[in-house]
Design a protein around this ligand. Structure first.
Ligand code: NAG
Ligand code: NAG
Length: 717
């Protein structure tokens, strides 16, 4: 048992040890102890545990009370204290080793129990089969991994660091979403790599991935390819992390259509992944060394000491045989004091490790270490196109909302007083209240000046107050539903609400039109009229070129065009017209349909006739008119729309289990629904069909019962 007494005396650390290991020089020990004391962390009497004073610069719970106090409170708890003692011992024991290649430190995780710590991971090492990117039709191998020695030697001879092309290190918090962070990092590199170093870099929304790619369980772990697959299958909008901020919580709602695109010009919906599954450091080197690929996602295995990494080149004997999975991003490679390493970006904030990164030992000269499986599950996305400059993915391009929805995380307005009228304290000041919500520790949270913000996922925006007797208070930030209006050019709603006189009212001033529209739940927007006045709109919509509409609610995206999002069908009928277009193109109709995501299922029409938007899908339609359905094309051998007249599968039993009679046979039942009489209805074999507008697909049966309905699935389910 070792007992150390460590105290802070005049800013200088003094270590006194009984039974200190003889072979470690006291000065060296002191140096190492110094390095493990990061800013604000103060460890006393680690092993006696009488006074443990812990102060974590990034400790989230610190808002309502002083951090050290709440950390002390935490340590009063047996489990936290035990965890802290265990972790502190690991750190000290490691740092006392001779031939130290990396230094361990006490940090924000040292207090956490194993269970608590598990929430900062999220690399699920069981890759879901249905999410394998290899099923993607766009799978491409961009790099020939078999390259000759001279290329490898050339790559090994230089250092590579892509971090200048990435936005600041992010923090996943207590949510198992590492997979989303590494996937967005690889996408960020792809869209930033042609920018100039020093420019602002695009930062993409990892919360969108959490919300959308894992069916409401994004914090429960995942796989980076879930993001690639989701983007590939559903891409319409990829907002920035500034506009779709990170919440570190599962949300059942995929809000990907609510915000402007962060990036533009890329055919990112064609994103695909490519694996480097060889487990070979050299194969990985070829990919990382190729700046077209550069930044790579990987899921590694963790040894228990990984968490406490602070600097140097990390290696472990304990991370190659299973264990918890964690996904990180390979952002470069190099050598430190002659020891080769991979530069890995973590998602535990900038205070963890080496500025949020870790250097992990790398094999060279044909000797692969594959440390912690770093090269076993590496993957990168494939994106076509280049930035057209129309996106809004950097902090200064992002829409600055002067209102907030829900928790108001995205609020970027300038309100600087609290509900009780107190002035807010500046975020970069520690007076009168000392706190850890420092701008440099909380990127992406908009901690500017003394503006009300919500950096800690509280109920709504707040600030520390300049009143020393009131540490913090909520602010009166307005709801976006009241304040947020999306201005649309060239489109107009028409007033179709029957008998509603109200909507005939014209307002001379836009603000009074807005406030009347806001207080009326039926109002969907405001339109300008030819005399310059403003009219409220409601209900169904139609649109014409040349007018100007303010739509209530979040601004939605009209560009880029939704190529790839629509499935072209000539055998599905769209019904319940919601809008008839005049002089618009198919593309505009699809954009309009996207905009009205809840209402519109697809578009039909032609350049001559114009295009219509529709609310419902129905059966087969024997006209030349083409329809475009939102989303993927349905497989009509598996399901049918509406009355299932378009079903072409081979179900040949009825819902009550009777075998179907062949359509070209007249026994046991004679009938006139023959393939000759009903061409175009797919009356093949004895398959369930609907040639005559019944409510659902059916067949004549081989039983005494003449005919019966079949149990054919509906495509929408
Ligand atoms: C990992 O993924 C598999 C398959 O999707 C799932 O069954 C399992 O529960 C996941 N494990 C964790 C820890 O989330
Ligand atoms: C608060 O903001 C207003 C206007 O934005 C400014 O005039 C005022 O000086 C600010 N108050 C403080 C205490 O910063």
């Amino acid at each position: 048992m070792l007992f150390f007494l460590i105290g802070l005396l005049g800013g200088c650390w003094v270590a006194q040890g009984e039974n200190m290991k003889d072979q470690v020089d006291e000065e060296i020990f002191r140096q190492r102890m110094k390095r493990q004391i990061i800013d604000g962390v103060n460890v006393r009497e680690l092993y006696k545990g009488t006074v443990v004073h812990y102060k974590d610069p990034d400790f989230e719970a610190g808002k309502k009370s002083y951090l050290d106090a709440s950390a002390t409170d935490l340590l009063k708890d047996k489990n936290h204290f035990r965890a802290f003692k265990k972790n502190a011992k690991l750190v000290l024991d490691h740092n006392l080793e001779s031939n130290l290649e990396w230094v361990a430190t006490i940090n924000q995780f040292s207090l956490e129990t194993d269970e608590e710590f598990s929430h900062h991971l999220g690399g699920n090492l069981t890759r879901p089969v249905d999410e394998e990117i290899s099923s993607s039709p766009r799978k491409k191998r961009q790099v020939d991994l078999v390259v000759d020695r001279s290329v490898i030697e050339e790559l090994e001879a230089r250092d590579v660091d892509y971090t200048p092309y990435l936005p600041p290190v992010k923090n996943q918090g207590a949510c198992g979403s590492c997979w989303a962070f590494t996937a967005t990092a690889t996408l960020e590199y792809q869209v930033n790599k042609d920018r100039t170093v020093g420019e602002e870099m695009v930062a993409l929304s990892e919360q969108q991935c959490v919300d959308c790619a894992r069916h409401g369980n994004g914090c429960g772990g995942g796989w980076p390819t879930s993001v690639y697959t989701w983007v590939h299958n559903h891409y319409s909008h990829f907002p920035s992390t500034y506009n779709y901020p990170y919440e570190a919580e599962n949300s059942l709602e995929c809000r990907n259509n609510d915000y402007k695109n962060a990036i533009s010009g890329f055919t990112i919906y064609e994103v695909s992944g490519e694996y480097i599954l060889t487990g070979n450091d050299e194969d990985l080197l070829v990919a990382v060394g190729n700046s077209k690929i550069g930044v790579i996602s990987t899921c590694i295995q963790l040894a228990s000491d990984f968490t406490s990494y602070s600097e140097g080149v990390y290696s472990s004997d304990d991370c190659n045989d299973g264990g918890s999975g964690h996904c990180v991003t390979i952002v470069g490679y190099g050598k430190l004091n002659g020891v080769p390493f991979w530069r890995l970006r973590n998602s535990w904030g900038p205070t963890w490790g080496d500025g949020g990164h870790i250097n992990m030992k790398r094999g060279v000269n044909g000797h692969s270490l594959n440390m912690c499986q770093v090269a076993s599950d590496a993957h990168y996305p494939y994106i076509e196109g280049s930035d057209d400059g129309q996106g809004s993915g950097t902090e200064s391009e992002a829409i600055r909302l002067d209102c907030g929805d829900g928790k108001q995380l995205e609020y970027r307005g300038v309100i600087n007083t609290t509900i009780s009228g107190r002035d807010c304290q500046r975020w970069d000041s520690q007076e009168p209240h000392s706190h850890t919500a420092k701008p440099e520790l909380h990127q992406y949270k908009g901690l500017e000046e003394n503006y009300c913000r919500n950096p800690d996922n509280d109920e709504r925006a707040w600030c520390y107050t300049t009143d020393s007797s009131e540490r913090w208070e909520y602010c009166n930030v307005p709801d976006c539903s009241l304040e947020k209006w999306c201005e649309l050019l060239d489109f107009e709603y028409s007033d179709r609400l029957p008998g509603s006189q109200e909507y005939k009212t014209k307002y001379e001033d836009l603000n009074s039109a807005k406030s009347n529209c806001y207080s009326n739940p039926l109002c969907t927007g405001i339109s300008t009229s030819s005399d310059g006045a403003f009219t409220l709109m409601a209900g169904d919509l139609s649109f014409n070129k040349g007018s100007h509409v303010y739509s209530k609610g979040l601004c939605k995206q009209f560009t880029p065009p939704p190529i790839g999002e629509y499935c072209e069908m000539d055998n599905v009928k769209l019904i319940s017209k919601i809008a008839m277009a005049t002089a618009i193109t198919q593309l505009e109709a699809q954009q309009m349909c996207d905009f009205h995501e809840e209402l519109c299922v697809g578009v039909s029409g032609s350049d001559e006739l114009g295009y219509s938007l529709h609310k419902n899908k129905a059966s087969r339609e024997d006209t030349a008119q083409t329809t475009w359905l939102k989303g993927d094309c349905p497989d009509l051998t598996k399901c049918g729309y509406g009355d299932q007249g378009d079903y072409r599968g081979n179900i040949s039993v009825t819902a009550d289990g009777k075998t179907c009679q062949r359509w070209d046979s007249q026994t046991p039942h004679s009938h006139d629904r023959t393939p000759e009489e009903y061409p175009g209805y797919g009356l093949e074999e004895n398959y369930c069909r609907n040639p005559d507008g019944d409510p659902t697909a059916w067949c004549y049966t081989m039983d005494a019962k003449r005919y019966a309905e079949c149990d054919v699935p509906t495509c929408d389910e």
